[in-house]
Ligand binder design. Structure first.
Ligand SMILES: Nc1ncnc2c1ncn2[C@@H]1O[C@H](COP(=O)(O)OP(=O)(O)OP(=O)(O)O)[C@@H](O)[C@H]1O
Length: 898
């Protein structure tokens, strides 16, 4: 064959190869699309890192390609061979990316597992054998015979070989690398773009490590499914995983069906008719009280009657003493010595909402559409009680004769309290709507949910809208400037907005008269709207249900007057009030109970105030303890500089790990004590994430001094996974639900044990495993850190760990803060880094001790500008974001010591 002819044949083969590659590429892209669809919002962030790595790979590929071209121009046989190899590089790079995505599946513990070394070897066994055999080696080493062999191959053989080679290279090299070594996306990025050598010891993580961002939790329940027939707590016996939970739900009873519900070793038989524990004259199809008790105990749920209406005796409220009550049961809080314990029918599956509590089909399907299958502990116990207390206590020795008990509910962070209060509200409104004959009948505002922050209120309203979809119930986020409408005509779903963007415009909002069945609001915005310009105060007589979410904050001095002000304006004598939080101290409980008693005291002129009422308290788990499914790390950093170094190590996971510091993967939240510190920390770290991985756009700050729109924007970007590290204040410490947050960093220690519980509760939501909470403390924090150490130790013990990460010597060595110290800390935070200290008005230890940056504000800004200019050359897109961030930053942050 002449050289011209062989060149033509080679070109033809390359063309055929490219066609096949592009066909395979589209299949691969479809697979990739499915992968990213399955990934959770937060893992989108991670995929982006990997995509960055992919693009870096491509760049590297083109560089190699260019080199190949240069070599190819050498000419002759060697040149052609090099040219052929060169043509294989782009598809190889492409398939490497496919391998990378497959590796991601492996890495994230999805359906695939990495191929074993043995499988790998079988692919290459023949090649290995050939290499070992000298004769074969000399044969293949001869370029003339190698070229001849290539020429003898048919086009089909050649293309097939090329595809297999590219796939094998791509899958095994990158997929195997990521899957086997569990390399962090950031490490991959570094490995591929900066040639950073990452030793196995630095990158190796337990192969079974699960991250909260890796998708839906298999079991949203935190406790339970263990045998607890003695009614003892099952500390340390928590069985996790989907099997137990789904079985729990699957076996839930249907009316008329004889089913057996397995709850660990607990067997409950129900048949839609009488059960062995059935109490004559009461509704049937229920579990006997002993079984209810057993389930509730195994899920660590306890419900007691805090107080019944003062003027009514237990006889008249229909409340009987249970056997247990007759024994001595000592409870703390709100003054009462003995508290009646209740054992309502637990809700073992959401299907029971329809079969036993007759909720609307639409509401049930909306619940299911959200992917909720197994009720969490707080839902399991509270929803039946709120939907129909008499029915839920039907087979119990204790039953209550009231339609709407008031409830104080204390359940861990991320345990689904929102759903627990929204379902009963919506059910009641839907039922009333059905009962009303006239289409035009005035319905009015029926329910109010109060939350301490706009972010949380917005989240609850969104959740409410999803559940109320097509039910005819309107849920509205109430914002500053809105007015409550005086009447409410029948509202259709078309009037519902799926998000709050339609009310972003302040002017429009000012004129907006809200007509809604359910309002979700912060207390001040709502209270202000109730006082009219002529000085007249409006009340809310139509409101039947009031929810205080994060009730301990709402009843804290900061919000107390506003919250109680609204509560008082809900003048309906049948108002049902429910209070929810992960932490409610006995003093807050007392305030709530006293207020409740005052409200319930029958007034002389109002006969209807003689209504039957009851205040219940529901506790899930151990009060005021962090969820058991997260890992806590308390790190002594000595100084502010030590903390900064520690945080930088977290942002750059390739820095030495292990003893030097804990490992944490983005996305994560970083909490500071004050707004200026959050802004300063953001400014300090702005350029720590390399531009190729998104640079400054991956980092953001969120605090209450930002405009509402800016706050919404950051929240949306963080939820989408575009932001990896979000620096914030206690504004985001409560209630806010980011499903995929892998960790929380307390850059500044929280100002109370409760604040710690809530901050770290932003990870490990709905039973997700793998969340990490890192808390740094310095010399200045030592007087205050014992409370936090105690919470960590209690949380670790609550999951059955014999040894906690808090060494006993440390607990002994740390000083116990006095009550006054605790109060001051709660009010002002650690004095050395309070705003006063930063302004030089403190105890003289600040601002130097409290300064985050190693540089002055001016120096930091100059340096950031230099870095921004440099990054301009690297990426236009990043530069735009950086510029924007810098502008936003500069207008807010003037530095501490300029
Ligand atoms: N039954 C369930 N199954 C699975 N996930 C659930 C269930 N109920 C709620 N969730 C999810 O759990 C997460 C936490 O719920 P929610 O925000 O209501 O928790 P919370 O108890 O109010 O937490 P916090 O005390 O922090 O406010 C949400 O993402 C929610 O969608």
């Amino acid at each position: 064959m002449s050289p011209t002819l062989s060149r033509a044949v080679l070109r033809q083969r390359q063309f055929a190869l490219r066609r096949i590659f592009s066909r395979h590429a589209s299949t691969a892209e479809a697979a990739q699309a499915k992968t990213s669809e399955a990934a959770s919002k937060a893992s989108e962030g991670l995929s982006r890192a990997q995509a960055s790595a992919g693009s870096a790979l491509s760049k590297a590929g083109s560089a190699v390609g260019a080199l190949g071209n240069a070599i190819g121009s050498i000419g002759g046989r060697t040149g052609r061979l090099v040219g052929f190899v060169n043509s294989l590089i782009p598809p190889t790079i492409h398939y490497s990316k496919v391998g990378l995505e497959l590796g991601k599946l492996i890495f994230e513990g999805r359906k695939m597992s990495p191929p074993s070394m043995a499988t790998f070897q079988t692919y290459f066994q023949s090649a290995f054998n050939s290499i070992r055999s000298t004769s074969a080696a000399s044969g293949t080493a001869n370029p003339r015979s190698a070229l001849q062999q290539v020429r003898n191959l048919s086009t089909a053989e050649l293309t097939a070989a090329g595809v297999v080679l590219a796939e094998v290279l791509g899958f095994f090299s990158i997929g195997e690398m990521i899957g086997r070594h569990s390399i962090n996306p950031m490490d991959v990025f570094k490995l591929l773009t900066r040639s950073t050598k990452i030793s196995r010891s630095q990158t190796a993580r337990p192969s079974n490590a699960k991250l909260p961002s890796t998708g839906a939790p298999s079991n949203p329940q935190l406790f339970g499914n263990g045998d607890d027939s003695q009614g003892k707590s099952n500390l340390g016996k928590r069985k996790r995983g989907g099997a137990a939970a789904s079985e729990f739900a699957k076996n839930a009873s249907e009316p008329g069906d004889r089913t057996s519900m397995s709850n660990g070793d607990t067997k409950i038989h129900t048949n839609g008719e009488e059960t062995s524990g059935q109490v004559s004259g009461r509704p049937t199809g229920r579990q006997p009280q002993e079984e209810c008790l057993r389930i509730l105990r195994s899920h660590k749920v306890k419900i007691v009657v805090l107080d019944s209406e003062p003027k009514q005796s237990k006889e008249s409220t229909g409340l009987k003493k249970s056997k247990k009550e007759k024994g001595s049961s000592k409870e703390s809080g709100s003054g009462s010595k003995h508290k009646q314990e209740l054992f309502p029918q637990p809700l073992v599956s959401f299907d029971q909402l329809r079969t036993q509590y007759n909720i609307s089909r639409r509401l049930l399907s909306n619940i299911k559409d959200q992917g909720y299958v197994v009720p969490t502990e707080v839902q399991l116990a509270s929803i039946p009680l709120l939907l129909d207390p008499a029915k839920s206590l039907a087979n119990s020795d204790s039953f209550v004769d009231t339609d709407a008990p008031d409830l104080l509910s204390i359940a861990p962070t991320g345990s689904g309290k929102t759903l627990a209060f929204l379902i009963p509200i919506l059910h009641r409104l839907i039922s009333e709507r059905k009962k009303s004959k006239s289409e035009t009948e005035e319905h009015g505002l029926k329910a109010i949910v109060l939350a301490p922050t706009k972010e949380l209120a917005s989240q609850i309203a969104n959740e409410g809208r999803k559940l109320a979809l097509n039910t005819g119930i309107k849920v509205t986020l109430f914002r500053k400037g809105m007015k409550i409408g005086t009447s409410l005509e029948r509202v259709g779903d078309e009037e519902q907005s799926d998000n709050e963007s339609d009310v972003d415009d302040h002017e429009k909002r000012a004129a907006l008269e809200i007509k809604s069945h359910v309002l979700v609001s912060t207390p001040l915005a709502l209270l202000n709207s109730l006082s009219s310009d002529d000085g007249k105060e409006r009340s809310l007589p139509t409101v039947q249900q009031l929810v205080l979410d994060e009730a301990d904050v709402l009843l804290d001095p900061l919000f107390r007057d506003q919250t109680l002000g609204i509560w008082k304006k809900c003048t309906n004598s049948n108002l049902q009030s429910t209070l929810w939080s992960a932490t409610i101290s006995s003093s807050i409980e007392e305030i709530a109970t006293n207020f409740w008693k005052d409200r319930r005291r029958p007034s002389k002129n109002d006969a209807s105030s003689e209504s039957k009422s009851l205040l219940l308290r529901l506790v899930v788990g151990i009060k005021d303890t962090a969820v058991p499914n997260i890992d806590h790390k308390l790190v002594y950093a000595a100084t502010e500089q030590g903390k900064l170094l520690g945080l930088r190590q977290l942002i750059h996971p390739s820095a030495p790990q292990g003893e030097a510091g804990p490992s944490l993967r983005p996305p994560f939240l970083v909490f500071t004590q004050t707004i200026p510190r959050a802004v300063a920390l953001h400014s300090e770290l702005l350029f720590d994430i390399p531009p190729e991985a998104g640079g400054a756009s991956r980092l953001a700050v969120l605090h209450s001094d930002l405009s509402e729109q800016a706050r919404d924007r950051v929240m949306t970007r963080f939820r989408k996974g575009e932001i990896w590290v979000l620096i914030t204040t206690d504004l985001l410490a409560r209630g806010v639900d980011f499903r995929g947050v892998n960790g929380v960093v307390n850059y500044d220690i929280p100002n109370s044990a409760a604040a710690y519980v809530h901050r770290v509760g932003r990870t490990g939501r709905a039973g997700r495993e793998g969340g990490v909470a890192v808390t740094y403390y310095t010399k200045e924090d030592i007087p205050y850190v014992k409370n936090i150490a105690n919470v960590i130790a209690a949380s670790e013990r609550s999951r059955g760990d014999e040894k906690t990460t808090i060494e006993p010597w440390l607990l002994n060595a740390l000083p116990t803060p006095s009550k006054r110290d605790k109060q001051l800390l709660k009010k002002r935070g650690v004095p050395a880094r309070s705003v006063n200290a930063l302004n030089g008005k403190g105890d003289g230890k600040g601002p130097a001790a409290a300064r985050i940056s190693t540089k002055s504000g001016f120096e930091r800004r100059m340096e950031n500008k230099r870095k921004a200019a440099k990054s301009h050359h690297q990426s236009d897109r990043n530069d735009a974001v950086v510029k924007h961030v810098l502008e936003e930053n500069e207008s807010e942050f003037e530095g501490f010591d300029d």
